[in-house]
Design a protein around this ligand. Structure first.
Ligand code: ADP
Ligand code: MG
Length: 197
């Protein structure tokens, strides 16, 4: 599927609004297995994105993703800022090269985050959301229910990357905070598409 520039901006803005409404929830999830700041950090980042998109009024999809990436990287410290920045920069680069299919952009973004973080599915990271969600999207089978299921699946996993991996077995039983915050990106997308894909 393809989005227009307007839909792309609207999608990312919707995500920013979701994060803004769930700061406490995300901080609480990060308190259990991290340093408790994920909601606050990501909210700072996505609000900066929203502001930048509003001010710049990007004319192309490439610029929209690029602005998103730059704002995220410059305002969020930590692993999630670098990884999400990588995802949107990849989407900007591929769009510039002529790729228009959103499902391709999202799966390539997932690949570059895996490369950057030396991570894969099953390590209790945002990859456990991005990979199955982008795969389901390309098969036109992504639903709200599935997005929720991918988030819940991270509960039973033992963290193998980042700060939460220091907890080893004690990380089991908790949702990965960045899988949760990324789930809002896909929920926002489903809303934008306003149909089951
Ligand atoms: P920090 O621990 O630096 O505060 P954040 O709170 O920004 O990091 O993000 C932590 C999240 O980043 C983890 O919950 C996990 O989803 C993700 N993460 C951390 N390291 C990696 C990695 N190497 N590969 C993929 N995801 C990772
Ligand atoms: Mg953190």
């Amino acid at each position: 599927m393809e989005l227009t520039v307007k839909q792309t901006v609207s999608w990312i803005t919707r995500w920013a609004d979701y994060i803004n409404q769930h700061v406490n929830e995300l901080n609480e999830l990060d308190t259990a297995i991290g340093d408790g700041d994920h909601g606050t950090n990501l909210n700072r980042g996505t609000q900066a994105v929203k502001q930048a998109l509003f001010e710049e009024k990007p004319k192309t999809i490439q610029m929209t993703y690029r602005t998103t990436a730059m704002s995220l990287v410059s305002t969020i410290g930590g692993a999630s800022g670098a990884l999400l920045g990588t995802a949107f920069l990849t989407m900007a680069r591929l769009t510039k090269e002529g790729e228009t299919k959103l499902e391709v952009l999202l799966s390539e973004a997932t690949k570059s985050m895996k490369k950057r973080g030396h991570s894969d599915v099953g390590m209790k990271t945002l990859i456990d959301l991005w990979e199955p969600a982008s795969k389901a999207l390309s098969q036109h089978r992504l639903t709200y229910y599935k997005v929720e299921e991918y988030v819940e699946n991270t509960k039973k996993m033992k963290a193998a990357k980042g700060r939460s991996s220091y907890l080893r077995e004690r990380s089991i039983g908790h949702i990965d905070p960045v899988a949760k915050s990324s789930s809002y990106l896909f929920v926002a997308l489903l809303e934008e598409l306003d149909q089951k894909y």
